[in-house]
Design a protein around this ligand. Sequence first.
Ligand SMILES: [Fe+2]
Ligand SMILES: [Fe+2]
Length: 164
Amino acid sequence: MKPTDTDATHILAADHRTVEGLFEEFEKASGSDRKAKLAEKICTELKIHAQIEEEVFYPALKGKIDDDLLKEAYVEHDGAKMLINDILASGPEDEYFEAKVTVLSEEIRHHVKEEEKQHDNMFQQARAADVDLDALGERMLARKGELKRQAETAGLPPAELVTM
Ligand SMILES: [Fe+2]
Ligand SMILES: [Fe+2]
């Protein structure tokens, strides 16, 4: 058996692919039940992802990568969290439901670009910095497991904003 890949940037990139796939499914889906289920799944994935980045990954990069990039990431998370909380609270009855999910997908696309796709992105900077990506990855996997269990049982509370 292959040992688990614990590189923090690989774990986070895999989450990004998962969410991109879910947004694609949402776009193709028909029927408001199906759309509602997918939107809920997307929002839960993103809440957990943002939380492990904010609790573990971003703090470890503070002072070691471009500070503007890191600050913008927190603000972008909060923008997405406002939409996520709203989508989860209102659901498909809302006349702006689909528009909100579409705008969320656009915001996330932009954010993911800055984290792992654009020139000199955050993950590149993290790999070049003096941080133990495997140790961070292990902590994130553990926290992700806890949050997933919470999502499936008691449910997650609304996402908390940290910059506004
Ligand atoms: Fe991310
Ligand atoms: Fe992020």
